[in-house]
Design a protein around this ligand. Structure first.
Ligand code: MZP
Length: 503
C-alpha cells in the first residue's frame, strides 16, 4: 500500500513567526544576510557566499544579463536562463561578466529612418528617455546621434517627423572613448552639463552609456557581489541533455556557478549530469541540483555531489504541474523537511549543503519564513519579473502597467528539456502559464524594501544573522480565522500604501 504522509502539505501562508527576546543590538543595520551558496566542510568556509539571500529564477522572463548585473549589484545571483541556444546563453553570461560598473549597454536604439512615433513607442516600452540612433539600430552599431526628451515636443511636432530632424547629431555630441575610466566619464558629464555620455570605440561604434544618475547609485551598492577580478558573479542554468556542449561554453564565458534546472530533480538524469561535471572538472566547477521536495530527494542529490540543492515542485506562481500531474508539495512542508535532512546530513558527514527555496514567494514575509524554516537562500521568478531590469515587455493593460511573465513549462517558453522524461514529443503538455504581473519599478528600491522587512523581523526574533535565525526561530501554524485577524480588519481603509501590500 502507498505511503500516506500524516502531515498535510503546507505553504508559507499557513505559518507565522513568534517573536524572540531582542536586545538593544537587534537593529536592522546590525543584521547580516550573508549566506553560503555552495557546500563546505565543518569548520571551513564556503567558496561562494551571497551578501543577500536572493537568486533570480532560471527563466526567460526573469534572468538575462541585465538582471544578472542588477542583482549582483545588490549582492545576489541571477541564474541566466538555459532555454535558449548555447551560443546566446553564453553570450549573455559574457556580457554580464564584462559589464563594467557604471557603463551600461544601450537598451533603446533606433535606426536613422525612425520617426518621432518610434521614439515615443520605444520610450513607453523600455521606460528610458535616452535613445541611441545607430546606423543599423543595434546597441553596438555606428553611432549617428542621440535623442533625449529635450529634443522634441510632442504637442508641437508631427509624430511622423524623422529622428534625423531633431536628434543631436554625432558632431554636436559629447562622447567618451572606449577605455575611459568611470571617474573621467563623470568629469565629462559634469563639465559639459549633460545627463549621459555615450562611449564609442575607434570605429565610432557605440559600446555603452554612462549616466549621471548612475554615479550616485554606484556609490550606494555596498553589497555588490564581485569575483576576484572585480567582475559581477553570474550564474547560469543547465539541463540534463546538452550539458556536454553547454557547460564548457558557459564556463568559457565566465559563469561562476551552474544549476541544473529541472522540475524534478530526484532522477538518474541529474546523477549523470553531475558525474559528467565532476569527471571533467573535479570540484572546481560549482553546480546546484534540483528540484526536490523531501528528504529522500535531498539525500539523493547530496550523494550525487550537488553543491546546493533546490527545493520546490508546483508552487511557482505560473506553475500548473500540480493540476496537470497531481505531483508536488506545499513549499513550506518541502523546505522544513529538506532543511531537517540537510542538518542530519551535516551531523553525519560534516558537510553542509546549502538549500534554496525556489518559487511560491508572494509576500515579502514569505522570504523571512523560508529562511526561518531553514532555507539558506531563495529563488524568485514572479518577484523579479515585475522590475525594470527583467527582460520581458512592459505593457499597459486596463490602465495599469504590467510586465509579461511566463513559465518555462508554458508553450511560449517551450523549455521541454526542463520537464523531459523522453517519449513522444507530440504528447508534450504544458506545465506553466503565460501571464502578466504588476509592474513594480526598480529592482534596487524593491529589494531594499523587502530585505528591510526581513531584517526587521529577524530583529524581532533576536537574530542578527541567518544561521542564528534558522536555529532559533519559532514558528506557529495559523488558523483560517487568525489569517483574517492578521490583515487590516473592521476599519474603513483610506488607501493602501505601496509598501503595505507587496504581492
Ligand atoms: P515564482 O517565484 O514565480 O513563484 O516561481 C518561480 C519558479 O517556478 C522558478 O524558479 C521555477 O522553479 C518554477 N517554474 C518556472 N516555470 C515553471 C512552469 O512553467 C515553473 N511550470 O514551475
Amino acid at each position: 500500500m502507498a505511503t500516506v504522509l500524516k502531515e498535510p502539505s503546507r505553504t508559507f501562508n499557513e505559518y507565522l513567526l513568534i517573536p524572540g527576546y531582542s536586545d538593544m543590538e537587534a537593529r536592522p543595520e546590525n543584521v547580516s544576510l550573508r549566506t553560503p551558496v555552495v557546500k563546505f566542510k565543518k569548520g571551513e568556509e564556503s567558496e561562494l557566499y551571497m551578501n543577500i539571500p536572493l537568486t533570480s529564477a532560471v527563466m526567460q522572463a526573469v534572468s538575462d544579463d541585465n538582471m544578472a548585473v542588477a542583482l549582483a549589484k545588490e549582492g545576489g545571483i541571477s541564474f541566466i536562463f538555459g532555454s535558449q541556444s548555447v551560443e546566446s546563453q553564453a553570450a549573455m553570461v559574457k556580457r554580464a561578466k564584462s559589464y563594467k560598473a557604471g557603463f551600461v549597454p544601450s537598451d533603446s536604439n533606433l535606426k536613422p529612418d525612425a520617426t518621432l512615433k518610434d521614439v515615443l513607442d520605444l520610450k513607453a516600452e523600455k521606460g528610458h528617455s535616452t535613445i541611441a540612433i545607430t546606423e543599423d539600430g543595434t546597441a553596438d552599431g555606428k553611432l549617428l546621434g542621440i535623442v533625449t526628451s529635450k529634443d522634441y515636443r510632442v504637442s508641437r511636432m508631427d509624430t511622423s517627423t524623422p529622428v534625423t530632424d531633431f536628434m543631436t547629431p554625432f558632431d554636436k555630441m559629447v562622447w567618451g572613448s572606449e577605455g575611459i575610466t568611470l571617474s573621467e566619464a563623470n568629469d565629462l558629464i559634469w563639465d559639459n552639463k549633460v545627463n549621459q555620455l555615450p562611449i564609442i570605440d575607434k570605429k565610432q561604434r557605440l559600446t555603452s552609456f554612462v549616466f549621471r544618475k548612475d554615479y550616485d547609485s554606484h556609490k550606494e551598492n555596498p553589497n555588490e557581489l564581485l569575483d576576484e577580478n572585480k567582475r559581477y558573479i553570474v550564474g547560469a542554468g543547465i539541463n540534463t541533455r546538452d550539458y556536454e556542449e553547454r557547460v564548457p561554453a558557459l564556463l568559457e564565458a565566465g559563469a561562476d556557478i551552474l544549476v541544473i534546472d529541472s522540475s524534478e530533480g530526484y532522477s538518474e538524469w541529474q546523477a549523470v549530469t553531475i558525474k559528467w561535471i565532476r569527471d571533467h572538472y573535479g570540484d572546481k566547477v560549482k553546480v546546484g541540483a534540483g528540484n526536490v521536495v523531501d528528504a529522500d530527494g535531498f539525500r539523493f542529490l547530496a550523494d550525487c555531489g550537488a553543491d546546493f540543492v533546490k527545493i520546490g515542485i508546483g508552487g511557482g506562481s505560473i506553475c500548473i504541474t500540480r493540476e496537470q500531474k497531481g505531483i508536488g508539495r506545499g513549499q513550506a512542508s518541502a523546505v522544513i523537511d529538506v532543511a531537517k535532512a540537510r542538518d542530519e546530513y551535516f551531523k553525519e558527514t560534516g558537510v553542509y549543503i546549502p538549500i534554496c527555496s525556489d518559487g511560491g514567494i508572494v509576500y515579502d514575509y514569505h522570504m523571512t519564513l523560508a529562511l526561518a524554516m531553514g532555507a539558506d537562500f531563495i529563488m524568485l521568478g514572479r518577484y523579479f519579473a515585475r522590475f525594470d531590469e527583467s527582460p520581458s515587455a512592459k505593457l499597459m493593460v486596463n490602465g495599469n502597467y504590467v510586465k509579461e511573465y511566463w513559465g518555462e513549462g508554458s508553450a511560449r517558453a517551450r523549455n521541454w528539456q526542463r520537464y523531459d522524461l523522453g517519449g513522444d514529443a507530440k504528447l508534450k503538455f504544458e506545465e506553466g502559464v503565460d501571464s502578466y504581473v504588476p509592474y513594480a519599478g526598480s529592482l534596487h528600491d524593491n529589494v531594499q524594501m523587502s530585505l528591510g522587512k526581513v531584517k526587521s523581523t529577524m530583529c524581532n526574533c533576536g537574530a542578527l544573522n541567518i544561521p542564528d535565525f534558522q536555529k532559533n526561530a519559532k514558528l506557529t501554524l495559523v488558523s483560517a480565522v487568525s489569517i483574517v485577524e492578521g490583515g487590516a480588519h473592521d476599519v474603513i481603509l483610506k488607501e493602501v500604501g505601496p509598501s503595505t501590500g507587496q504581492r
